[in-house]
Ligand binder design. Structure first.
Ligand SMILES: [Zn+2]
Length: 111
């Protein structure tokens, strides 16, 4: 009887370290990670999309796999989309490089 309320209070788990936390806890007692609404913004859908497109590209896969806010299906969808986006950027960069080399070789020949 004495242990039951404590078990129900500590039923939630920290998203980062899996330590038991109370649903009312704002931070994990073990690792200090924010819980609930205090999970960092870059683990959210919008944060991952913005960071992928504007800043870190395929390195955002780390955030996708670590994020406590994404479901297993969302993780797979984001992984496929980020890899496709990275491949598209690689193809575009390769085409731009080839075009630039063609233009430079044209200048050398005086054409
Ligand atoms: Zn923790």
């Amino acid at each position: 009887m004495n242990g039951l309320p404590e078990v129900s209070e500590r039923s939630a788990k920290c998203w980062r370290c899996n330590a038991a936390v109370s649903p009312q806890d704002r931070y994990c007692h073990n690792c200090g990670a924010g819980q609930g609404s205090l999970i960092p913004w870059y683990y959210s859908h919008l944060g991952i999309i913005l960071l992928t497109v504007l800043a870190i590209g395929p390195f955002s896969l780390y955030l996708v796999w670590k994020s406590p806010k994404l479901s297993a299906v969302a993780r797979r969808v984001y992984t496929v989309l980020i890899l496709a986006y990275t491949a598209l950027l690689a193809v575009l960069c390769w085409n731009a490089y080839r075009l630039m080399m063609q233009m430079l070789s044209g200048y050398e020949l005086g054409a």
